[in-house]
Write a protein that binds this ligand. Structure first.
Ligand SMILES: CC(C)(COP(=O)(O)OP(=O)(O)OC[C@H]1O[C@@H](n2cnc3c(N)ncnc32)[C@H](O)[C@@H]1OP(=O)(O)O)[C@@H](O)C(=O)NCCC(=O)NCCS
Length: 403
C-alpha cells in the first residue's frame, strides 16, 4: 500500500465533511501518484527492464543497435517492427530526405519571436512543430498511412528546425539540408555549415539511437493521451515536447551540465554531494522510476564521453560524482540515468547547453510515432480518475457579502 493510500484512508475514515453521507464506511482507495505501477496498454515497440538494466527495441538490445545501426534503421525498426532490408531502407531514407526542408514560414516566425536572452529552444521547437502542423493538409485524417506520412515529416524536419534555431541564436543564416548526407550527418552539417568529423557523427548517432524510445515515459504518455482523443499528430508531439522539457524528464541533461560547471573540479565533488544530501535535494542525472540499477544508456554514453580529450576535466567530475552518488544512494536504487553523461557529448558536438533537450526530442520523435501508430489500432481514450476530497453542497454567497 502506498503512502498516499494510507493518507486518503485516514482522511476519509475521520468521517469529516460531506463525505460521510456519500460513502459507505470504511472506504479504501489507492492513489498511484504519478501513475506508478499503472499499465496502459500492450506494446511490441520497446521494453525497459528496470531490475536488470536492459533496454530492448523490438527485440534488439539497445547497445547492439547503438553500435551497429544508424538512426534511420532504428526509426524504421521502431515503427515497422523489423530492421529494413536494402530496398526498404532506400525507400524510407529517400522519403525522409525529401522532407528535410523547413517551410520558409517557420523560419520567419522563429526569427520574429526568438528572444535570444529569454526564449528556450524547447519552447521554440514546440512552437515550430505547431506551425508545421498548421501548414500541413489533412492533419485530422488519423489513418495509419496519413499519420505515418506526418510522422516521417517530423522525423525529417525536427533536426532542420533545431539547427536553424542554433544558427539564428548565433546571428547566422540557417543552412539548407544536404540530401547526399545521412540523417545525423546532415543534422551536424546544418548546425555548423561544414561536413562533420566521423567521430562526431558516431557520437550523435549513438546518442539519438539511445534516446529513440523508452517505454511509457511522461512525454510518450502525453503524446499518446493527446492522440487517443483522435487529435492530430502535430498536437500530440507539441504536448510531448512540452512534457520532455521538464527537468525531471528530458530537461535534466541541461541542468546536469550546469551542475558540472558549478562543481568546477573533482576536489569539490564530495562537498557538493554532502550539500545536496544535507538539503535533501535531488542530484540531477540520477534516479529513475523504472531503473533501479545502472541505466544501460548511461553506460554507453559514459564509454563514449570518456574518449573525448577536450572534455576530460568535465568527464572526471562526472565520473567521481557518479561513484560518490552511487556509494551514497545505490542501495536505494539510485544510479546515473541517460541524462548524466549525454551533456558532455552534446557540448563536444557544439550544442549550447539549453539546446540539449531538443536533441532528445529529435531522437524520441520516432518512439513517440511508433507508439502512437501501434496504439491507434486499438485506440481508447485515456481517462483515469482522481479522488475528490473537497466538500459537497456548499452554500452560495453573493459576491458583496463574501468575506
Ligand atoms: C527520475 C525521477 C523523476 C523519478 O522519480 P520518481 O520515480 O517519482 O521517484 P521519487 O522522486 O519519488 O524518488 C524516490 C526516492 O528516491 C530519491 N531520489 C530520486 N531521485 C533522486 C536523485 N536524483 N537524487 C537523490 N535522491 C533521489 C527521492 O528523494 C525519494 O527518496 P525517499 O523515498 O527517501 O523520499 C527522479 O529520480 C528524479 O527527480 N531524478 C532527477 C532528475 C533526472 O535526472 N531526471 C531524468 C530522468 S531520465
Amino acid at each position: 500500500m502506498s503512502k498516499e493510500t494510507t493518507i486518503v484512508s485516514q482522511q476519509l475514515s475521520t468521517k469529516e465533511g460531506a463525505f460521510t453521507a456519500e460513502f459507505e464506511w470504511p472506504v479504501t482507495l489507492a492513489i498511484d501518484k504519478g501513475l506508478d505501477g499503472a499499465v496502459t496498454n500492450k506494446s511490441k515497440v520497446g521494453y525497459v527492464d528496470g531490475d536488470k538494466g536492459r533496454l530492448i527495441y523490438q527485440g534488439y538490445p539497445v547497445e547492439t543497435l547503438a553500435e551497429n545501426a544508424n538512426y534511420e534503421e532504428v526509426a524504421y525498426l521502431l515503427i515497422f517492427g523489423k530492421l529494413p532490408n536494402e530496398a526498404e531502407y532506400a525507400e524510407f531514407d529517400s522519403k525522409l530526405k525529401a522532407q528535410r526542408k523547413m517551410p520558409i514560414e517557420v523560419v520567419k516566425i522563429m526569427d520574429i519571436i526568438y528572444d535570444h536572452k529569454h526564449s528556450h529552444p524547447m519552447s521554440l521547437l514546440r512552437t515550430a512543430v505547431s506551425v508545421l502542423g498548421v501548414l500541413q493538409k489533412n492533419v485530422m485524417d488519423t489513418s495509419r498511412e496519413n499519420e505515418l506520412r506526418m510522422g516521417m515529416h517530423l522525423i525529417a524536419s525536427m533536426p532542420t528546425v533545431i539547427a536553424a534555431l542554433h544558427r539564428l541564436r548565433l546571428g547566422l543564416k540557417p543552412v539548407e539540408p544536404d540530401i547526399t548526407l545521412s540523417h545525423v550527418e546532415n543534422f551536424l552539417y546544418m548546425l555548423h555549415g561544414k561536413k562533420p568529423a566521423a567521430l562526431d557523427v558516431k557520437l550523435l548517432e549513438i546518442s539519438m539511437i539511445l534516446h529513440a524510445d523508452h517505454g511509457m515515459n511522461a512525454s510518450t504518455l502525453t503524446a499518446m493521451a493527446t492522440s487517443a482523443s483522435l487529435s492530430d499528430l502535430y498536437s500530440s508531439i507539441v504536448g510531448a515536447i512540452g512534457s520532455l522539457k521538464g527537468p525531471l524528464h528530458g530537461g535534466a541533461n541541461e541542468v546536469v551540465l550546469q551542475e558540472f560547471l558549478k562543481i568546477k573540479s573533482i576536489a569539490h565533488v564530495t562537498e557538493y554531494v554532502a550539500g545536496k544530501v544535507a538539503k535533501k535535494e535531488k542530484i540531477m542525472g540520477f534516479g529513475h522510476r523504472i531503473y533501479k540499477t545502472y541505466d544501460p544508456r548511461a553506460a554507453v554514453m559514459k564509454k563514449y564521453a570518456s574518449k573525448l580529450k577536450e572534455e576530460v576535466e568535465m568527464f572526471k567530475i562526472a565520473e567521481v560524482l557518479d561513484k560518490e552518488v552511487v556509494a551514497k544512494y545505490g542501495s536505494k536504487g539510485i544510479y546515473p540515468n541517460v541524462d548524466f553523461y549525454s551533456g558532455i557529448i552534446y557540448k563536444h558536438l557544439g550544442f549550447e547547453t539549453n539546446f540539449f533537450t531538443t536533441i532528445f526530442a529529435a531522437a524520441r520523435i520516432s518512439g513517440w510515432l511508433a507508439r502512437i501508430l501501434e496504439y491507434r489500432a486499438e485506440n481508447r481514450i485515456f481517462r483515469p480518475r482522481d479522488v475528490y476530497i473537497g466538500e459537497f453542497n456548499k452554500e452560495f454567497v453573493e459576491r458583496k457579502k463574501r468575506v
